[in-house]
Design a protein around this ligand. Structure first.
Ligand code: ADP
Ligand code: MG
Length: 259
């Protein structure tokens, strides 16, 4: 099933002269983890925000759950999808539990059910509920805040998860752990996930398929193996070459260190 379909969507922002996104068409299938990869300004966030109607395409249409998003109520559309951004935007005066509970409470779930769901989600994202539910956001590390952000996004059991550079501000180890956990959650919950990153290594390790954007143009859409073995153009080839060369240098160092 086509979960998200971009049908020739483009974007020219008001009072600008360059297209942020040229007409772009592709589909994200149900259960797929799609990564939007590109450097800063390539149009990744623009494309992502078309899914939850934070950005209105200048032409073309976005279909979610097989329906044009313009025919869907924006509030219920957004409640059907989790949304995680780089610095989370946790409410600073709410504790962890109240942050995770925001949407279930808006949906007027019974309070006992809300509490149960909060504890279940905190454990799911690797935080002991007993230890963390009453903490304030400022009492958490960056990685823990991102975990709470993911728990909050999943609270109302969305089918779709949107993440915009969710691990961008984290140190390498925390980032690697959260990448693995995100992949596990994606599988376990049967999500359809769209993740934005500028980090090719992150894209290669996480994605089922990668959409490579440059200057608002979709340059290649393929599996990590396809990008590695058959880059569509010189730009993608150079991008791939840069991580391959870096990985080779690291293995060479490791080889020398152990010999
Ligand atoms: P990315 O997420 O890949 O960094 P964006 O989608 O945020 O890229 O931006 C793509 C292009 O659109 C950039 O040139 C950016 O400056 C421009 N842009 C983004 N948002 C706006 C806006 N609200 N108004 C005008 N231009 C914008
Ligand atoms: Mg962006």
């Amino acid at each position: 099933m086509r979960m998200i379909h971009f049908d020739a969507v483009s974007k020219l922002y008001a009072n600008t002269t360059a297209w942020a996104l040229h007409p772009t068409t592709f589909t994200i299938e149900a259960g797929e983890l799609m990564v939007l990869l590109g450097e800063s300004g390539s149009g990744k966030t623009t494309l992502l925000k078309m899914v939850n109607r934070l950005v209105q395409p200048s032409s073309g249409a976005v279909r979610v759950f097989e329906r044009d998003v313009r025919e869907q109520d924006p509030i219920s559309l957004r409640r059907g999808m989790g949304y995680v951004i780089q610095n989370v935007g946790l409410f600073p005066h709410f504790n962890v539990a109240d942050n995770v509970a925001v949407v279930p409470r808006l949906l007027k779930w019974p309070e006992s059910q809300v509490r149960e769901r909060v504890d279940e989600l905190l454990e799911r994202v690797g935080l002991s509920a007993a230890e963390y539910r009453a903490r304030a956001p400022h009492q958490l590390s960056g990685g823990q805040r991102q975990r709470v952000g993911i728990a909050r996004a999943l609270a109302a059991r969305p089918k779709i998860l949107l993440l915009d550079e969710p691990f961008g501000a984290l140190d390498a180890l925390t980032r690697a752990n959260l990448q693995l956990e995100l992949r596990r959650l994606h599988e376990a919950l049967g999500l359809t996930t769209l993740l934005v990153t500028h980090d090719l290594a992150e894209a290669l390790t996480l994605a089922d398929r990668i959409a490579v954007l440059r200057s608002g143009e979709l340059r290649q859409l393929g599996t990590p193996a396809q990008l590695l073995h058959a880059p569509a153009d010189a730009y993608v080839a150079e991008l791939i070459q840069s991580v391959v060369a870096q990985a080779a240098r690291v293995s060479e160092l490791a080889r020398r260190a152990s010999s």
